[in-house]
Design a protein around this ligand. Structure first.
Ligand code: ADP
Length: 295
């Protein structure tokens, strides 16, 4: 089978993770136990997951003019993601997430940095690639006008666009009309369709809206009825990146021409495996392990 080409328009960042017994109060200094840097960002995570699952993946994004930018780009390359459209932005820092793990919980400060430079004009540089892709993916860690423009471009070229509306932010009606697939989790679905009954919303967006429900799986309307496609029981150790793996796997399966329900089972299997490993990218499975799990 020919590998499908997938373009991912999205964020990339470096997570700066410190663990400590105690969370500092305002004005307080505490001693931490460990510090680590981990590449992240929903766009980069989804690109890495799709590449591990066997697609030809291009990242369209921006990094800072700093060493994190070099590390982010090197990590994408190491995972087989093409970085022809990953550019350093002059006088800008890479996106960062500053994470404190303490007292059994995390607190996070996100600085968007170069990710705000993934503008409508910027993605036009990759117009030829977008036109020739089997599927395009985008999330909401880039400016809203970029999501609007990507939806417009993809609909003009007849290329399917998968919008993962994370983090939660309302999506313009015109975008919902133009995209092929929308994949909120339950919280994001509430923000997108607040106040409306989800069964009716699913019925109104048949084979387009897929609401992920954690360990329970994913819900959609297949044109005849509403269906919950169950995930696979696993021992979850870290659910960070479950949604990213789900989206990437769903995109790869659809781009390969798999049927809807089969694609959702493939996505559930990949995402369930991802929660058995630590870190967003750390748990992302290979093609082979997903296929073995589906036998
Ligand atoms: P997000 O990570 O974006 O919040 P969800 O929590 O809905 O999204 O998880 C996305 C998908 O990951 C689910 O639809 C499911 O396939 C899989 N998943 C998540 N948590 C588990 C779990 N504990 N066991 C099995 N599968 C899971």
């Amino acid at each position: 089978m020919k590998k499908p080409t997938i373009a991912v328009i999205g964020s990339s960042s470096m997570d700066l993770v410190v663990s400590s017994d105690k969370r500092p109060q305002a004005g307080e200094t505490v001693l931490g136990k460990a510090f680590d840097t981990v590449p992240g960002g929903k766009g980069a995570n989804q690109a890495v997951a799709a590449a591990r699952l066997g697609a030809d993946v291009y990242m369209i994004g921006c990094v800072g003019e700093d060493t994190y930018g070099e590390e982010i780009t090197a990590n994408l390359k190491k995972n087989g993601v093409r970085t022809d459209y990953v550019e350093p932005v002059t006088h800008e820092r890479s996106g960062t997430a500053h994470i404190i793990l303490a007292e059994g919980d995390n607190s996070i400060v996100v600085v968007k940095g170069a990710n705000d430079h993934v503008t409508p004009e910027y993605i036009e540089k990759a117009e030829e690639l977008l036109k020739n892709s089997d599927l395009v993916m985008i999330q909401q860690e880039v400016p809203e006008e970029t999501v609007v423009h990507a939806a417009e471009l993809c609909s003009r070229y007849g290329v399917p666009l998968l919008l993962n509306p994370a983090p939660a932010r309302p999506v313009p009606e015109v975008v919902l009309d133009q995209v092929s697939y929308v994949t909120p989790n339950e919280h994001e679905a509430a923000v997108l369709f607040g106040g409306l009954a989800l069964s009716e919303v699913l019925q109104a967006h048949q084979n387009k809206l897929f609401i992920t429900e954690g360990a329970a799986g994913v819900r959609y309307h297949n044109g005849r009825q509403e269906v919950l496609v169950p995930s696979f029981p696993v021992k979850a150790v870290d659910t960070t990146g479950a949604g990213d793996t789900f989206n990437a796997a769903f995109a790869v399966a659809i781009a390969e021409g798999k049927e809807m329900e089969e694609s959702l089972r493939f996505a559930n299997r990949a995402a369930s495996l991802s929660v058995t490993g630590f870190g967003a990218q750390g748990g992302m499975p290979s093609r082979q392990s997903v296929e073995e799990g589906l036998e």
